[in-house]
Design a binder for this molecule. Structure first.
Ligand code: HEM
Length: 493
């Protein structure tokens, strides 16, 4: 009896303490006079994301819709962690650009442990403060216009092989449907393999190439670690060994064959000489390029094919534009392809509707007081977290008429206008903007060119969900549940 009573009392105390703990946590925003949705015990405002019923960004979008007419900034809880959600484009620009020094790190900064995870810890995405600045500059200087120009023939070669691959598959089976993401991964994997390691990734000749399976293993491991928000090893040892080996072989090959090319590998080799860089640092730069160039770019490319498949008017107009601008294969130059306005509009319109990264986040590094329109002031303190709902802004009917519709002509007067107003930022904004933006655009434009010139694309409505949703299993990335299935018909033009 005494035992039962003691157990019962201890349980009651534990419950009371837990309840008090959660309650205290949920006073964070009320104590600061910041409004937001009411949290519920344990889950905060993220019950559906916790059970993977909905994607984090869809839930954030509900909050955005709830408060967009009344607030510039609100607060919500992920379990017990408070997050500020920025609603006003002006405030977003302020935090990403003007007050960057107060928000120079993102939440994933410091996620990986330098000793356990030497390669991933050197990726600018997870680095902080001065170290971040140094590494970002090192990677960015390997992606200048000149270097990208010298990589263009390599990307072009993969673009041609991409079209050949689809033709070959269609010859085998005319009725075959392709998962847009799956074919996009094959293409992006081979472009980065060629540009960084100087190798053929084999994505168009093998069912699953080794480099794709290593890339996928790395992505799974990062995603698991990010979900737990604990410092963990992001890159499994066998994946690290694989990339170390690739880098060693690439450098050996280049030295033994006296190849001189102004590309990313040449940049890494020159950094080694200049800065006495270790082998791991060299591999880390290669992996930074590989990781996003393979994964994020494919997530950005897949919906472009899908939108073109759904919108025959835009697809035909784009094809006509490309045929007029590039009557012959020799006319396809780096400058002309990158300058093609309609192609750029098509890409940005798809990135507006389906940005691969649906929200950006920042961690406050120096206290700051924000003055809001209603004269209210909010102080965000060091260590506190802020979310920028990229996808919600980009789909807000207040800023875009028919926001779900794919209308590249919206940018006929320029994309800059939307960017300047803080309404279009699929690559983020400010000093921490996507480091590979220029390479990504080159990669995506080349793929679209070769596919649209060679095929008529249509959506397989039977295999593709009517209302495409973001897969709730994904933490950050906008991968569509069930995939986007496409049919291709070879054409001559
Ligand atoms: C369509 C393709 C891509 C999209 C839409 C995209 C988008 C983004 C976004 C939204 C961010 C976060 C920006 C922020 O927090 O403000 C980011 C960061 C980053 N991206 Fe990309 N990205 C793409 C491709 C690439 C490629 C090809 C590379 C490398 C070659 C790359 C390298 C990076 C790196 C290193 C960061 C972290 C930058 C930092 O924290 O300083 N991305 N990207």
């Amino acid at each position: 009896m005494i035992f039962l009573l003691t157990t019962f009392t201890l349980l009651a105390i534990a419950c009371a303490l837990t309840f008090t703990y959660f309650n205290a946590k949920y006073k964070f925003f009320t104590s600061r006079n910041v409004v937001g949705p009411k949290p519920e015990f344990f889950f905060g405002n993220m019950r559906e994301a916790f059970f993977k019923r909905r994607h984090f960004s869809s839930i954030i979008d509900d909050f955005y819709q709830m408060y967009k007419h009344t607030e510039q900034i609100i607060g919500f809880y992920n379990i017990t962690t408070p997050y500020y959600l920025l609603i006003s484009p002006d405030l977003i620009k302020q935090i990403l650009v003007k007050d960057f020094k107060h928000f120079r790190n993102n939440e994933f900064s410091g996620l990986s442990d330098k000793k356990k995870d030497p390669v991933m810890a050197l990726n600018p995405f997870v680095m902080r403060d001065e170290e971040w600045k140094e590494k970002r500059t090192e990677v960015a200087s390997g992606m200048t216009q000149n270097k990208l120009k010298s990589m263009f023939p390599l990307v072009q070669d993969v673009g041609k092989r991409f079209a050949e691959y689809i033709k070959l598959e269609l010859n085998r089976n005319q009725l075959k449907s392709f998962d847009s993401r799956e074919i996009s991964v094959r293409y992006t994997c081979d472009t980065v393999s060629s540009c960084i390691f100087g190798i053929d990734g084999g994505s168009f000749t093998k069912k699953e190439s080794e480099i794709i399976s290593m890339g996928n293993k790395m992505i799974r491991s990062i995603s698991d670690a990010a979900k737990s928000f604990l410092p963990k090893r992001l890159m499994p040892q066998d994946v690290q060994d694989f990339f170390v080996y690739l880098m060693e072989e690439a450098i050996k090959y280049r030295n033994n064959h006296s190849i001189s090319r102004d590309d990313f590998l040449a940049h890494i080799i020159s950094l080694k000489k200049k800065k006495d860089m270790s082998e791991i640092e060299m591999v880390a730069h290669g992996v930074t390029f590989f990781l996003d160039g393979f994964d994020t770019s494919s997530i950005g490319l897949a919906p472009i094919f899908y939108e073109l498949g759904k919108n025959k008017r835009v697809q035909n107009k784009l094809r006509e534009e490309l045929v007029t601008a590039f009557p012959n294969e020799n006319d396809v130059t780096y400058d002309k392809l990158l300058d093609n306005q309609y192609l750029e509009n098509v890409i940005y319109e798809s990135l507006r509707i389906s940005p691969p990264i649906t929200f950006a986040n920042r961690e406050c590094s120096e206290n700051i007081t924000l003055e809001l329109n209603n004269k209210k002031k909010i102080t965000i303190e060091k260590g506190e977290k802020v979310i920028i709902p990229l996808i919600s802004i980009q789909q807000d009917p207040e800023y875009y008429h028919d926001p779900k519709e794919f209308i590249p002509e919206r940018y006929d007067h320029g994309i800059k206008e939307y960017r300047d107003k803080g309404l279009l930022f699929p690559f983020g904004e400010g000093p921490r903007e996507c480091l590979g933006k220029r390479f990504a655009l080159l990669q995506v434009k080349t793929a679209i060119y070769y596919i649209v010139r060679n095929f008529e694309i249509s959506v397989n409505e039977e295999l593709t969900a009517k209302n495409l949703e973001i897969d709730p299993e994904e933490l950050l990335m906008n991968v569509k549940k069930g995939g986007m299935w496409l049919n291709f018909k070879e054409i001559e033009c």
